[in-house]
Design a protein around this ligand. Structure first.
Ligand SMILES: [Zn+2]
Length: 72
């Protein structure tokens, strides 16, 4: 099972249990990746997990946007 990657402009699939596709996940700051995994492993809807995920998505969207507008 998979779902669409939530990053703007990304048409790849994210695997079930993953927030986003591997290419986009690689753009998430390491500290935030660790936080999301830790909260995920705690199971159920862990406190703060949704916020951490939304934070990660926002950061990757911002990085992708700035990369697109930068000269090649
Ligand atoms: Zn993606």
């Amino acid at each position: 099972m998979s779902h669409a990657c939530p990053i703007r402009g990304c048409e790849r699939e994210a695997r079930d249990g993953h927030v986003m596709c591997f290419e986009c996940w690689a753009l998430v700051p390491k500290v935030l990746q660790a936080t999301i995994w830790r909260l995920w492993r705690e199971g159920r809807p862990a406190e703060g997990h949704r916020e951490a995920v939304e934070n990660a998505i926002n950061q990757v969207n911002a990085r992708v946007a700035s990369k697109r507008s930068a000269p090649a």
